[in-house]
Each structure stands twice: as C-alpha cells, then as structure tokens.
Design a protein. Structure first.
Length: 594
C-alpha cells in the first residue's frame, strides 16, 4: 500500500491503520472451547492423578467432579508453562516454530495421548476404589459404571476453563477501554483491568455468593429445626429438659435437642441391663430458641442443673454439640449404661446448620459457645462441696470436639480445671489443642497415632477395634486426668487442611494406618481436592461412612469411654454386655439411631 501525499505540504502520510474486524458472538463462544495443546497435556495428567487412591472410596459423580476441577487447574498450569517456555527458550530460535505440518502433528499426538491416558486410567482407578471398599467392607462400583467419571470430568473441567476464559476476556475488554479512552500504556491497562476483575470476583464469591449460600442454607435448615422426628414425643420424666417441670420448653429445643432429651435409656431398662437398681439418667439441653442469647441459654442450663440435682450424680458430662446441635446417641447411651444412670449429660445448640456449613460459617461461633458452656458449668461445679462433686467429664465429636478444645489454652488446663475424663472423637484438623499436641508429639512417633509426653495425660487411638483402644489405655499405666482422641486413619475430617495444597503431611510419609490405602500418594493441589471430596462425602452424615471407618466411629466410642472413665471394678465382660445391647438397638432402627 502506497503512502498518501498531503495536498498542502506535499509530505507523504502514513496509511490509515486497518479497522479491526469486530468478533462475532459465535466466534467468541468458540474461543471459549478452543484448547491449548500444552494445557491439554497437563489437564490430562492432573485428571489421571486425581483418580489415584485417597482416604475413602468415591462414587463416579464425586470422582468426576474432582477430576474435572483438577483437570481445569492442570490445564491452566499447562497454558502458563507453555507460554513461559516459549518466551524464554523457544522464541527467536531459528527452528521455532516448526513447519505447520510438524506443529499440527505434535498437537494431534499430544491430544491423542491425553485422551488415551484419560480413558485407560479408568481401569486401574476402578480397581483402586474396589480395594479401598474391600478394606471397609462395602460394595464398590464396576469398571463400566466408574467409567462415567470421564464424562462428568469433561463437563466440569470444560465449564471451569470456559469461566476462566470469560474472566480473561473481561480483563482484556477493560484494558482496551482504558487504552482507547485514556491512552494508558498496554501493560498498565492490563494490570488495572486484572486488579478490577479480581476484586470483583473476590467480592462476588466472598460476598454475594457466600452470603447467598449461607442465607439459602439457613432458609433450608431453619424450618427443619422446628420439626420433630416421627416417634419422638415430649418426655414425662422430670430429669429431662423439655418435660413439664423443665425451664427449657419442649418447643424451643430444636430438632436434635428433642431427639436427645426424648430418647436414651430409662431406669427400668438400665436395671434390666446391669442387674441392679438404676437411676433415671439426667439429660439437659438448651436449643437456639430456648433463649435469645448464648448467655440466656447458659442461664437456662444452670437452672436445669440445679433443678434436676445434677451435681448429686456420680458423673457430669459436658457435651459441646455439632453444627445442628446433634449429640451422638451411641456415646450418650454408652456412658449412661456404664454408670447405671447415675449420670447427668448437658448440651447446648449453637447453630441449626449442618457441621460442614457451620465449619465455614460458624466455626468461631462454635468455639465461643463451647468455651462459654464449659466455663459456666465448671464455675458452678466448683461451688459444689468438693467431697460430693460429681466426676467432671467432657465429650465432643467432630465440630463438637473442636468446640470443646477451644476452652483450653494448653493441655495442663484440662487437669487444672478438674476434668477427670475427656473423650474427643474425630477432631477436625483445625482444632487448636489437637494441632499443638500433634506438632509437638514425642520424636519418632507417627502423626496418625502420636504420643505426647509419653502418654501421661493425653493419648491417641486409631480406633481399629476394642483391643487396640484397650491397649492404648493400658500401657503405660494411665493415672490422673485421662484425655483420649479417637481418630481413624481414613477420617478426612481429621486430615483435611488447606496445607495439603502444597505441603506433604507427615501422615502421608509414614506407613499407613489400618484402613488407609498404601497406594495413596501426595500430589500438590491434587491431594487437597481428593481429601476435600472425601470429606464432602463424610461430613453430611457420619452414616455416609461404613462403621469403624471414615468419620463413623460407631461403638468404638463405648471403648473410648471405657478407656478414660471405666467405673471401679469394670471388666471386659461388662463392656461386651453393653455392646450387645447397643448393637440390638441400632439394628432395630428406632428413632434414637436414625
């Protein structure tokens, strides 16, 4: 193209810049699905690694979702690696880029190998899932059914890659606007555009989407809190909250609170079980609607303790609850059976959201509520004559364990405050006391079953079975305050932490515990999402795991109580008698165990 000549000056002028053709919507939409061949290779690698064994067996839907997430992350890493390599090592080389035919062949070979690897990995992946399922005694999926994982992963991965490209295009659009209107430098415009979009995305996720999710969850679960399970009716025993004599009205206890106070053994049943006259167990509970504030609910609990003469019982157990206010019926019935009803159990609801949502939204609230309940009851317990005080015990499972641990700055506090027995089951990895004890464990002891101070006060058990828990309690001799953690090697609630993204934990360097696959390996980013998926399948309900694995501790809690709080003269025969009674009740499937 020749230069134009100015009619006045006679000087040559540069030709006008060609107009950029406006991209059609169809072309833009197609750009969202076009793939970078280096990204495809990395995405396939991440997908294949995501199907390696983790803590729990996964169905094909969950495996596909996690595979798609990892594939999308791998694709993004691959795109970045490809650009860096091309810019630093390949550009300006005389042989790069290769001829069009060679480049096309490389891309086609990469895509073909990626597809082949993604299909072939499904066969060993299904076998790994069957191996894990066999260890846990549950049925696994066939290879044909498990192959659906690939389809789910393609959909999830494609959506995520498309979303990332929409965000990238939004950044470019903002940069072009700033360049045209304010003549800003290209790099500066891209930086500002990126900052604006990142802030908007973070605000959207942490603000609008997060708050909307919590509001939606509240709208969903709050009505459930007002219902009552079929077969549950208001207790008539004055020893129960919600009875006619109680300061805590039946209608205010919430779904889980009504289950707790209306079930459990009564004196006649315990008399028959243990062969001697029993007392009516005391169960005290305050729901979210019992009072408007935590302080108000605590005042009701203290009044209930006084009314029921709970401080005249042999055992007083404080129970910080899980998210919905749930108290494990096996743990509650176990300690009541062991002490023939001479017990008082006290619990308080702090949320009506399930534990996994409470963990995100109400984690600090749970710790604060647990600390307040323990402090208040402990202060009232101290006012009782020392010679006639009940044994002060503490129990917590899952988020309830985390809430209970929040009351103590460090381990000696447990003994200094006068607790004789503490049982913490399936503690979340974020539990402060558990974390400190695990990090400072005795040299040479594994993270999956650490030893701290040679087990003088606190001990850890993998809960493989009654004999293992009994062995932990018996050797070395255990005197004074007893604190026991029950934690399965396969429990993702115990082992999940954001650190898994880029840090290989000790428990994956050590020999595996009794129910973790020895084939499990740590991979950056990938293992985090694997364990996240394992936890997602567990925290919705303990029953999502088979008994004795994952986050379902079943009757191992009876053995835990025996280890830390066995009555004088207790024998293994006594434990088995109660275990048989529990098994019969669970098999009958009454409201208490639903």
């Amino acid at each position: 193209m020749t230069s134009a000549v100015d009619d006045v000056t006679g000087e040559a002028q540069a030709p006008p810049a060609p107009r950029r053709r406006r991209e059609s919507f169809v072309e833009w939409a197609w750009s969202l699905v076009r793939l970078d061949f280096v990204g495809v290779a990395f995405g396939a690698l991440f997908f294949c690694l995501s199907l390696t064994p983790s803590l729990m067996p996964r169905d094909w839907v969950l495996a596909g979702v996690i595979g798609g997430i990892n594939a999308a992350i791998g694709y993004g890493i691959g795109v970045l690696v490809g650009k860096v390599v091309r810019r630093l090592f390949l550009d300006h080389r005389p042989w790069w880029p290769p001829r069009a035919g060679v480049l096309f062949g490389l891309k086609a070979l990469t895509v073909a190998l990626s597809i082949t690897a993604s299909v072939l990995i499904l066969v060993p992946a299904a076998a790994w899932q069957r191996q894990i399922a066999a260890v846990m005694g549950i049925e696994a999926l066939s290879t044909a059914v498990y192959s659906r994982t690939l389809l789910v992963a393609l959909i999830v991965g494609g959506l995520l890659v498309g979303l990332a490209r929409v965000i990238k295009d939004a950044i470019k659009f903002l940069a072009r606007v700033m360049i045209r209107r304010w003549n800003i430098n290209d790099e500066v415009a891209m930086f500002i555009g990126t900052a604006i979009v990142v802030v908007l995305v973070i605000t959207l996720v942490n603000g609008v989407l997060y708050r909307g999710f919590i509001a939606g969850a509240s709208a969903m679960f709050q009505p459930v809190n007002d219902t009552t399970r079929p077969g549950i009716s208001q207790p008539v025993q004055p020893e129960r909250s919600g009875s006619a004599e109680s300061y805590a009205d039946w209608d205010t206890l919430g779904f889980q609170g009504r289950n707790f106070v209306a079930t459990g053994p009564h004196a006649a049943e315990l008399t028959e079980l243990n062969g001697r006259p029993a007392k009516e167990p005391i169960r005290i509970y305050a729901g979210l609607e019992t009072a408007d504030t935590t302080e108000g609910r605590l005042a009701v609990l203290l009044s209930e303790l006084q009314r029921t003469k709970a401080f005249e019982r042999k055992v007083l157990v404080i129970i910080p609850t899980t998210g919905t206010g749930w108290v494990d019926p096996v743990a509650a019935r176990s300690i009541e059976s062991m002490y023939n009803g001479d017990t008082a159990l006290v619990a308080m609801q702090y949320s009506y959201l399930p534990s996994w949502i409470s963990f995100m939204a109400d984690r600090e609230k749970s710790v604060e509520a647990g600390r307040a309940m323990i402090d208040s009851i402990h202060q009232r317990w101290l006012q009782w004559p020392e010679a006639s005080r009940p044994k002060l015990m503490l129990y917590g499972e899952s988020l309830g364990s985390m809430a209970g641990q929040g009351a103590f700055g460090y381990l000696p506090d447990v003994a200094d405050l006068g607790f004789s027995s503490v049982l913490w089951v399936g503690p979340p990895n974020a539990s402060t006391l558990w974390k400190a004890l695990t990090v400072r464990r005795d040299p040479g002891t594994p993270e999956v079953q650490p030893s701290y101070d040679a087990g003088r006060t606190v001990r850890f058990a993998q809960a493989a079975g009654p004999a293992e828990i009994a062995g932990v309690a018996a050797s070395p001799p255990w005197k004074g305050t007893r604190v026991l953690y029950l934690q399965h090697p396969s429990d993702p609630v115990v082992w999940w932490t954001p650190d898994l993204l880029f840090d290989r934990p000790d428990w994956l360097k050590e020999p595996p515990g009794f129910d973790r696959s020895p084939a499990m390996r740590w991979y950056p980013i990938i293992t985090f999402w694997q364990v996240s998926a394992d936890m997602a399948g567990n925290v919705t309900s303990a029953q999502a795991s088979p008994v004795g694995h994952g986050h379902n501790y079943g009757d191992r809690q009876l053995d835990g109580w025996v280890a830390v709080a066995a009555p004088d003269g207790w024998t293994p025969a006594d434990t088995e008698r109660i275990r048989r009674a529990l098994e019969q009740l669970i098999a009958a499937g009454g409201p208490e165990f639903q």
